[in-house]
Design a protein around this ligand. Structure first.
Ligand code: ATR
Length: 273
């Protein structure tokens, strides 16, 4: 049977096996999907061994995405732009193809929630790997403006400069931000520690859409905060997780699984509904 897995550390709580098993069942594809948690300095060897032993493809998550980028034989344009690889496919010719489906997953999830990106003013919080992966797919939707704000301002400036050829992207400090924004995307890891990015509450209004790439069984700190300040449309990163997985599955199998039912089952599994 064709074998796939996700590399990460830690990865035990990953929902990818659950998601891909449901995709496989739905599309009647015969495959198995497991977990691999190599020591941080043993990822390269573990990846080679997996493909030497007949593995067909894998996902790569924290903290290995940047290292995976350096290990594949060729990169998709979106992986090259993201500077990170979250999906690897062994092609029929024996080539290891590195791709990045995170940004496409974000955009697909935003659209499935009815969020309009064209001509919108988008505020992207954070300038780490997650922000980098999102920028090209977001700019491809032709927003009127995309502002990056980050605690360490120089990192936001660097990102804005790097993606400037793709659209109207600028960097501002949290203090400089002036609304109204149509959409705020939190790509920071602040919610992991229950912390908040230092965003002025005045930037939140009833018609704004709020997206936190993090997720949990209950609202993230950022989503709770945004709701308190009047945001009516809030979304967490669970949909993005399923959509990026669907995109990876499509890369591997050439068939696109539906995501709605799988997202519902995942929410049930997590105890969210
Ligand atoms: P990832 O790959 O998930 O993006 P990362 O590259 O470590 O992770 O980036 C984390 C991002 O969250 C950074 O933009 C970080 O800001 P700094 O560049 O200033 O470190 C941001 N971040 C983390 N904790 C934060 C907090 N409490 N408030 C604001 N930003 C935070």
């Amino acid at each position: 049977m064709d074998r796939y897995l996700v590399f990460g550390h830690p990865v035990r709580h990953s929902k990818s096996p659950f998601i891909h098993t449901l995709f496989a069942r739905q599309t009647q594809q015969e495959l198995e999907y497991g977990l691999a948690e190599p020591a941080v300095d043993e990822f390269a060897q573990a990846l080679r061994t997996f493909f030497d032993q007949g593995g067909k493809g894998c996902n790569v998550t924290v903290p290995f995405k940047e290292q995976a980028f350096t290990m594949v034989d060729c990169l998709s344009p979106r992986a090259k732009r993201a500077g990170a690889v979250n999906t690897i496919k062994l092609t029929d010719d024996g080539v290891l193809l590195g791709d990045n489906t995170d940004g496409a997953g974000l955009v697909a999830d935003l659209k499935s929630h009815g969020v309009t990106l064209a001509d919108s003013r988008i505020l992207l919080l954070g300038a780490g790997g997650a922000a980098r992966g999102a920028l090209a797919p977001l700019l491809a939707e032709l927003p009127s403006e995309l502002v990056i704000a980050n605690r360490t301002h120089t990192k936001a400036q660097q990102l804005a400069a790097e993606f400037h050829d793709l659209g109207p992207v600028t960097a501002q400090t949290y203090e400089q931000l002036a609304g109204p924004f149509d959409l705020v995307i939190n790509s920071t890891s602040a919610s992991l520690q229950g912390e908040l990015p230092p965003l002025a509450p005045a930037l939140i209004h009833t018609d704004i859409a709020i997206y936190d790439m993090m997720y949990g069984a209950s609202d993230t700190a950022f989503i709770s905060w945004a709701k308190q300040h009047g945001a009516r449309q809030t979304m967490d990163g669970l949909g993005m997780l399923v959509e990026q997985a669907a995109e990876a599955f499509t890369v591997w199998r050439g068939i696109r699984p539906g995501t709605k039912q799988v997202l519902r089952e995942l929410k049930r599994n997590l105890g969210v509904i």
